[in-house]
Design a protein around this ligand. Structure first.
Ligand code: BDR
Ligand code: CA
Length: 317
């Protein structure tokens, strides 16, 4: 008998790698996607929400989609057109949304899902932590309904947007601080692992070979995402966000170390840094399972196999 599915909320600022993370989630029978929520980050909240609706239409995710907050809890909006383009998801043409946006805002839709779910719900958060923090602040009683939060964010040894800070944490450090102090079980896929989760042009072609519509779009997204990273000297496309989904399916392909991680919310040079106590002394109890390494081949295979689940699916573009 098949085990019960893991109820999932997908929260992100799509974004090419967010979209590929959602592709993996939808392709995996282990999950039941209960809601999709957008957050501001890669682009404005209007653009990331529109992208979320278009991705759900492409992939056949039929869960409610809700718009998140237009900026961080205490910070001004950010964007990253150099990475994801002006639309936040430049590259291949996508379908127009086939579904309506939920009338609820993201933290309220999350709260509704948690309240109504018989089982604890896992949140996969691949953008800033704004919505998750707003949920925890507004509905502390629902914390116990969260099984775990799997985050793409941070980096224990370095940043990417500044020398100290990774983009998602820098967009809303106060929100990340609330989440890391929440006591909820956290998986942190930071740059430590995600810059090793590289897909190379030959992987893109293997994905394209699956021959279905989603596989073609994913291969084109990878091409686009790689152009920017190649200009920075990366040998492949770092698939940051899919790590946050993959670890829920196959923790054995990752090297995971537990640390107490704090978020720098002040700091002249280090705002948004994830500071881990790696000294090995008796210290605070770890609050995060930190992904540090990955079997790259197994990770690439997981994504290459996942696109095959979309065989026979075709929407009008
Ligand atoms: C993170 O920033 C975004 O551009 C990506 O989608 C990923 O979530 C990597 O720093
Ligand atoms: Ca993202």
């Amino acid at each position: 008998m098949r085990e019960k599915k893991i109820p999932l909320i997908l929260d992100g600022d799509p974004g090419h790698d967010d979209a590929i993370a959602w592709m993996l989630a939808k392709a995996s029978p282990e999950f039941e996607i209960k809601a999709v929520t957008s957050v501001s980050g890669n682009q404005t909240i209007e653009k990331t929400t529109y992208n979320a609706l278009r991705i759900c239409t492409l992939l056949g995710i039929d869960a409610p989609v809700a718009m998140g907050l237009p900026h961080g809890l205490l910070s001004e909006p950010f964007d990253a057109p150099s990475v994801h383009g002006q639309s936040g998801l430049d590259g291949p043409k996508l379908p127009e949304p086939a579904m309506e946006l939920s009338p609820l805002r993201a933290p309220e839709l999350m709260a509704k899902v948690l309240r109504e779910s018989e089982d604890k719900v896992t949140i996969v958060s691949t953008g800033a932590q704004t919505n998750v923090a707003a949920l925890l602040l507004a509905h502390p009683e629902l914390k116990e309904k969260i099984e775990r939060i799997s985050i793409m964010g941070g980096g224990l040894t370095h940043g990417n947007w500044t020398p100290a800070a990774e983009f998602n944490i820098l967009v809303d450090p106060e929100a990340a601080d609330i989440v890391f102090k929440s006591g909820v079980e956290l998986y942190m896929a930071g740059l430590d692992v995600t810059e090793k989760a590289l897909l190379f042009p030959e992987d893109f072609e293997n994905i394209r070979k699956a021959g279905n519509q989603v596989a073609g779009v994913v291969a084109d997204w990878l091409d686009f995402f790689y152009q920017f990273h190649r200009s920075l000297g990366y040998p492949g496309a770092p698939l940051h966000d899919p790590c946050a989904v993959a670890v829920l399916l196959h923790p054995e392909i990752f090297t995971i170390e537990d640390y107490y991680v704090e978020i720098e919310t002040a700091g002249e040079y280090s705002r948004g840094a994830t500071v881990a106590d790696m000294r090995g002394f008796e210290g605070p109890v770890p609050n995060a399972h930190c992904l540090m390494g990955v079997d790259r081949e197994a990770f690439a295979k997981l994504l290459t196999e996942a696109v095959k689940a979309y065989e026979g699916r075709r929407v009008e573009i």
